[in-house]
Write a protein that binds this ligand. Structure first.
Ligand SMILES: [Zn+2]
Length: 274
């Protein structure tokens, strides 16, 4: 039985299949954009079992995976890249490509020290740069945009404007606790306000299942609560309690624990590096 879930967002000429990992995989998403003759994958999972599950699902569609886009340089979005096949062209924004070239192997080493063989032995380095703008791939229009200072310092979003579909990745989370370790509360909220002006109806988040335009408000609400909660918290446990009490139906408490121990309230300062 599959551990993750699949949600299908049908469009006129493309279909997006979203794999959402279970709790152990931080509910991170991999999207498989099905075009006429090929598949384009967005984000590659954190741990290998879920990357394999997502890749196995893609193989059931019986079309070649031609491209993999990595939205940003957080481990949960690129560690599993090799599972999608050695012939796949891996794309990222220039600065993300550079970051993974410089730090990916150290990120992998840190991951292996915590998770062992659940993490691959080497980082898959993107070979290609994606530039913001519009590109036709397999007959479909893709719109690439760069986000700055949101969930991460830089990130890629991908839209299928003719299908009203936005692959927002970590700009949006759905019913999952947000990862705000980089503390770009203002930049993140401003980007959400900007994106809500865009005409997309199907919003595919980086964590959690696909949703609709309500995700914008929910992320803004979370950011508005989390910023003062972090400021007022004297410990990770206090922050966690505040977040869980205010968002009792949210999943991904694991993300709060990780974020506290690694970044916000580190026990050992040395572990805070990427
Ligand atoms: Zn993420």
């Amino acid at each position: 039985m599959m551990q993750g879930t699949i949600t299908i967002t049908p469009g006129a000429i493309t279909t997006v299949h979203t794999y959402t990992a279970p709790n152990d995989g931080a509910f991170v998403t991999t999207h498989v954009i099905e075009l006429a003759d090929e598949l384009v994958v967005v984000d590659a999972q954190y741990v290998l079992p879920f990357a394999r599950e997502a890749a196995d699902y893609a193989r059931t569609l019986n079309k070649p995976i031609t491209r993999l886009y990595v939205s940003h340089n957080h481990p949960d979005h690129f560690f599993g890249a090799a599972e999608f096949g050695s012939g796949v062209a891996v794309y990222a924004l220039a600065e993300i490509k550079k970051s993974i070239e410089a730090e990916g192997d150290q990120q992998i080493a840190d991951g292996r020290s915590q998770l062992g063989d659940l993490v691959p032995e080497q980082a898959t380095k993107p070979q290609h740069v994606v530039e913001p703008g519009v590109e036709i791939i397999g007959g479909a229009r893709f719109e690439f945009r760069r986000l700055e200072n949101t969930e991460s310092s830089s990130a890629l979003t991908i839209a299928l404007p003719d299908e009203e579909i936005l692959l927002a990745q970590d700009l949006l989370f759905n019913n999952i606790h947000l990862w705000f370790a980089e503390r770009h509360f203002d930049g993140w909220a401003a980007a959400v306000e900007q994106y809500r002006q865009l005409p997309y109806r199907h919003l595919l988040p980086g964590h959690g299942r696909p949703g609709g335009r309500e995700l914008y408000d929910r992320v803004l609400e979370y950011l508005a609560f989390a910023e003062p909660a972090l400021k007022n918290a004297h410990s990770g446990e206090q922050l966690k309690q505040a977040l869980v009490a205010h968002f009792p139906e949210y999943e991904g408490v694991l993300l709060i624990d990780l974020q506290n121990s690694l970044y916000l309230f580190p026990q050992q300062p040395a572990s805070a590096g990427q």
